[in-house]
Each structure stands twice: as C-alpha cells, then as structure tokens.
Design a protein around this ligand. Structure first.
Ligand SMILES: [Zn+2]
Length: 190
C-alpha cells in the first residue's frame, strides 16, 4: 500500500480540530464518476466544504491520500459514526453515469471493474494497517462498516455506498468478504 499525506488544512473540519477515540472504520465510495483522489483533495481543501474524510483511495493507482489525521473527528457519516469511526472514500470509475440516486449505467464494465478492484485491494491493506494501529478486530460486530451498514444501524445518513457500486457492477464484493480479507491481510503483518 502506498500512502501520501495531504492533510486538508483549509477544510473547516480540520480547522475545528476535534479528536476522537477510534473504535471503528467506515468504508465509503464517492458516488460520482471521478477516479482521481487528487481532484477531491483540490476541491475539499478550502473553507465552506461541509464534509471531510480521513483518506481517499485513487482509482487509477490505488494510492491512499490521507486527508485528516486518523484521530480527528471526520465529517463523513452525517451522523453518530463521526464520533467513533475513521472514514475512507474509494474513488469511482470514470466510465459510469449516475441516472438518479445510487443507480448508474456503465459503458465499459471490464474497465470499471479494474478500478473497483484496485480501490478494494488498497482499502483492504489500509484497513488492515489501521486495525493494527488502533487495536481493532476487523470481524467484530460494528468495527468495520460500510456507509450503508452504518445507516441501517442508525449511525450514518441514508446512503448505499459502497455496496451500490459493487452490486451494480456485479463485482462479487461484499462487506462480509471485505472484513475477512482485512483479517487475512492483518495476518500477513504478524
Ligand atoms: Zn458514504
């Protein structure tokens, strides 16, 4: 996993500077056809953006762009999970077109799947690293959640990511599989 640090120091969330005790990790995907993490860094590093996450994963390289110190309170979940969970966004393929809500069309599924695999694999490595860092058990209930799962638990706003993307492309990825993959990746560090 390659990580580059580009903290969003102009973002109101960073400037608020509230810290949390990290109890879990939340996986998101950006919800628009933008594979470039750098673009989000540029767009969000300014005042007046009422959202902020801890990292973006680039869709073209798999590179992790860390955008908040891990123990800062992020503005990623729209609800209580901000107080407990680190939020990580996976960038999305450029060849999809949203048609309303979480529905999209895809003109090149193979290409889209390559992007999705790249971000998935980096997310597994990043989450394994963070579980080690914060002493978290990836398969314990409530530790690793998608935004969608957070919503079902009443600790995140009503979004369907990233499962909407994985399912829409018939990628075969699931959050249960993700958690298992993170657990396996942690073993590689032992
Ligand atoms: Zn989300």
């Amino acid at each position: 996993m390659e990580l580059t640090e580009c903290i969003l120091k102009q973002n109101d969330c960073f400037r608020t500077g509230k810290k949390i005790k990290v109890k879990g990790l939340m996986l998101h995907s950006v919800g628009c056809p933008q594979p470039s993490a750098q673009r989000f860094v540029e767009q969000w590093d300014r005042p007046g953006i009422k959202k902020c996450v801890h990292a973006f994963i680039d869709g073209d390289s798999g590179m992790v762009y860390q955008t908040l110190p891990w123990n800062y309170r992020g503005w990623h979940a729209g609800a209580g999970a901000n107080n407990t969970h680190i939020g990580v966004e996976m960038c999305e393929p450029s060849c999809i077109t949203y048609t309303g809500g979480a529905s999209f069309q895809c003109e090149d599924r193979e290409k889209a799947l390559k992007t999705v695999r790249r971000t998935y694999d980096s997310a597994v490595e990043l989450f394994a690293f963070l579980c080690n860092e914060f002493g978290l058990e990836p398969c314990k209930d409530g530790v690793i959640l998608s935004h969608k799962e957070g919503h079902a638990r009443g600790i995140a706003s009503g979004h369907g990511d990233p499962e909407h993307l994985w399912n829409g492309l018939r990628s075969g990825y699931t959050m249960d599989g993700f958690r298992q993959d993170v657990k396996a990746a942690m073993k590689r560090y032992e």
